[in-house]
Design a binder for this molecule. Structure first.
Ligand code: UGA
Length: 443
């Protein structure tokens, strides 16, 4: 089986590299000439742990190459994965223009092909899109009927940034949404070949349910975090209650599990806000106003304001106060600033008249683009803390975990620390400075 991957973004390149690493021939296709050239040299166009060595090896062995010609990629392969982006429109709904274009191109290419081709949609799309938009466009442009010489599946992905290679190689489950049995059988056999004895549970279902699985998954994960943040906010009002102890305990309940229960500065990244808003718009359009998804978004928005209020509680007014933000990326080990909590926190602080200085070990360049000049950017932790009236630990990078109270004391004008990710020992820190931990009584 030879495979083409349409779209050389995050999911596309990781999928392509992993398949090629297991000896499967892969042709990647992107309209971005520069990225195609990079990939063909074995270089990843963005940083992702473990990706580049894998890519290099695959290119060197001749198992993977990238083209800007989609037709070439489709005509020379048996299965086509569609991984193009589905960004958020300004009204929160999903932008399907890249998907539509890819479907048209696939259709046109298949016009000139006699052999069977399986199309597998891996982009996150609202239920109905794979069949009614992608399927239809392929049929219209290809002059062929789905189910005859064209198969169609939807296989959602569950990759985390920074863990995408590992998540591809060790998924909890594989979901196959299928147009018909033939399509599902071909995709299942590819998965069984790829994973061998370590093949996880494969769940087969119709296409629309598979599309919904992806949204339900991200909505639930974001809800878990917003739930932890809500409990954290209540904990702060009660003497001696600590959200860390509470979440640790409920995480032992198998029905809950310990993951995604860390209260903090709120969630960010390229997918949660996009997918929750898309599902909210999709559902509202169908006549149901989702309550939990809306609350999850609201709690997340509120969390940034809450952190700023904690600073205000300590400092009185924030006007002309210097606030140091430690960590700007949406999570550690990435320079990705998309929807990062630091953006919301910065905006709230600046609105209240504070002077904000941020430091991030890796994301400063992207932060400059995302937040702009309303804050300044320090070159080191010491520079960031120097003269600050309050420090807020926003992203839990390892370099911040090593800091001791003295590092804050020696630099800051007023030693006030808001630990929005709970990485410091409250006892050790409260003895030396004014320590405020998210989710614990700070009275
Ligand atoms: C997320 C999902 O975890 C993936 O399964 C999914 O495939 C991906 O979105 C996607 O749809 O593409 P990712 O955005 O890479 O992956 O990031 P996560 O590791 O899930 O973290 C998201 C945010 O939640 C981060 O801002 C993180 O700091 C925050 N978080 C996470 C918490 O605040 N508390 C937690 O307990 C866990």
């Amino acid at each position: 089986m030879r495979i083409s991957v349409i779209g050389a973004g995050y999911v596309g390149i990781v999928t392509a590299a992993c398949l090629a690493d297991r000896g499967i021939e892969v042709i990647c296709s992107t309209h971005n000439e520069k990225n195609a050239q990079m990939i063909n040299k074995g270089a990843a166009p963005f940083y992702e742990k473990d990706l580049e060595p894998m890519l290099k090896k695959a290119v060197k062995k001749g198992k993977l190459h990238c083209t800007t010609n989609r037709e070439e990629a489709i005509l020379n392969t048996d299965i086509t994965f569609v991984t193009v982006g589905t960004p958020m429109r300004s009204d929160g709904s999903i932008d399907l223009s890249f998907i539509e274009q890819a479907a048209q191109e696939i259709g046109k290419a298949l016009k000139n092909k006699r052999e069977y081709q399986l199309i597998v949609v891996r982009s996150t799309v609202v239920p109905g899109t794979t069949r009614n938009l992608i399927g239809k466009k392929i049929e219209e442009n290809g002059g062929k009927k789905l189910g005859e010489s064209i198969g169609l599946c939807m296989q959602p992905e569950f990759l985390r940034e920074g863990e995408a290679v590992n998540d591809t190689l060790n998924p909890d489950m594989i979901v196959i949404g299928e147009l018909d049995k033939t399509s599902g059988d071909i995709l299942e056999s590819l998965q069984r070949k790829f994973y061998g004895e370590k093949c996880p549970t494969i769940l087969r279902m119709n296409i629309e349910s598979a599309e919904m699985v992806k949204y339900a998954n991200n909505c639930f994960l974001a809800t878990k975090i917003s739930f932890a943040n809500e409990i954290a906010n209540i904990c702060e009002l009660v003497p001696r209650v600590d959200v860390k102890e509470v979440m640790k305990a409920i995480g032992f309940d198998h029905r809950i599990n310990p993951k995604f229960l860390d209260a903090g500065a709120g969630w960010g990244g390229s997918c949660f806000a996009k997918d929750l808003n898309a599902m909210k718009a999709f559902s509202t359009n169908l006549g149901y106003k989702p309550k939990i998804i809306t609350a999850t978004l609201e709690v997340n928005e509120m969390q940034a304001k809450h952190i700023v209020e904690l600073a205000e509680m300590k400092l009185g007014t924030l006007r002309d106060k210097r606030i140091a933000l430690l960590g700007l990326s949406f999570k550690p080990n990435t320079d990705d600033m998309r929807d990062a909590p630091s953006i919301r926190i910065s905006n709230n602080l600046v609105e209240k008249g504070a002077t904000v200085v941020g430091y991030d070990p890796y994301a400063t360049e992207n932060a400059k683009k995302a937040i702009g000049e309303k804050i300044s950017y320090a070159k080191s932790i010491d520079d960031c803390l120097k003269g600050a009236d309050c420090a807020i630990l926003v992203t839990e990078w390892d370099v911040f975990k090593d800091l001791k109270p003295i590092d804050f004391l020696k630099n800051m004008k007023q030693p006030i620390l808001i630990d929005a990710r709970r990485i410091y020992n409250p006892k050790e820190f409260s003895n030396k400075l004014q320590y405020i931990g998210i989710g614990m009584s700070n009275r």
